[in-house]
Write a protein that binds this ligand. Sequence first.
Ligand code: CA
Length: 239
Amino acid sequence: MNTPANGNESTVSQEILIIEDELKIARLLEEFLQAEGFSVHLHADGASAAKVALTRKPTLIILDLMLPGKDGLSVCREIRNLSNVPIIMLTARVDEIDRLLGLELGADDYICKPFSPREVVARVRTILRRTRDYQQAPDPEVLQYRHLRVYPQQFKCLAADTEVDLTPVEFRMLATLMSSPGRVYSREKLMEEAYSDYRVVSDRTIDSHIKNLRRKLTVSSDSTPDLLKSIYGVGYKLE
Ligand code: CA
C-alpha cells in the first residue's frame, strides 16, 4: 500500500468520527486519516451514533448510510438538529445521492463506495479548510443585507435578529449571495463556493439547498420578505 501524503501540523488536535459498521472500511479510513495527523474515533452502531457525535464534538464526521440500529439518514438528521459539524456520507447507492445532499438532511458531501482512501482524505481536508477559512477571517466581518446578517467568522446567521441554524453548505451559499446582493450567481458558481472544487453535484441538489435556505430564512422571520430570487435558466440572486 502506498504511504499517504504528508500531514500538516494544523490537524494534530482534530478528531474525525467514523460511524461505520464494516470494520475493514473503518480501519482503512482510520489508517489513512491517522497518517495525516488526525485523531480518529470509530463507532459502529447507528442507534447510539448521534449521542456519541454530540458528546465527542468531533471536527468532522464520516457517516455510513447503512448501519445497524438506525440508518445513516436518521442519524444525520439527528446530529444536524443540534450541530453544524461537517458530515460526509458514505453510500453504495448512487440513487441516494441527491437525497443525501438535499432536502432536510444537510450532509456536506458524499462519497460512493467503493472509494479510494486518498479521495476521502482530500475531501476531509477541503471541507475543513473551508470551515477554517471562515473561522479565521481576518476581521469580524459582518455581511448585512436588509433583515439578514451573516457573521462568517462565527458561522452565524441572523434573520430579523433571530438566529438561523444553517448547514455549512447552506451557510456558504448564503454568504456568497450576501457578499454581492443583486449579483446573479450561476448554479456552477454557487457549487464552486459551497463544495470541493473538483466535484460536481446536480442542479437539482443546488436547488434543494436553496429551497431549504429559503424555508429556514422565512420561517425564522415570517413577517419578512423572501430575498432569494430564482433567475430562470441562470441561477440565483439576493434581492
Ligand atoms: Ca455499513
